[in-house]
Design a protein around this ligand. Sequence first.
Ligand SMILES: [Zn+2]
Length: 107
Amino acid sequence: MPTGWPSPCCRLNDVVSSNSAPERMCIGCRARAPQNDLLRLVLQTEPLRIAVDEDRALPGRGAWIHPQADCLEKAVKKSAFAAAFKQRIPRSAYEDHGKWLQKMDNK
Ligand SMILES: [Zn+2]
């Protein structure tokens, strides 16, 4: 496990908004929502898989989704992950997405 991650090269600048939390688009229903209301997903490599970033501290490109089965199903059906992470995502990378909801329920 390397110490010190490379600094993210392609992190989007947060939109500066005057008085509210930054908004993100849910990859399921494609509605915008305060990021506090969304679950962050990150793409991990070796093996390639999508993981829930519960603490929002993992490096790399993130995708955001409502913590709802509805949005999750939409994202899976539309292969929204590939668009969100801008690369091909094999189905095996999110085959455990059923567990994501368990994490969501714990919130
Ligand atoms: Zn949604």
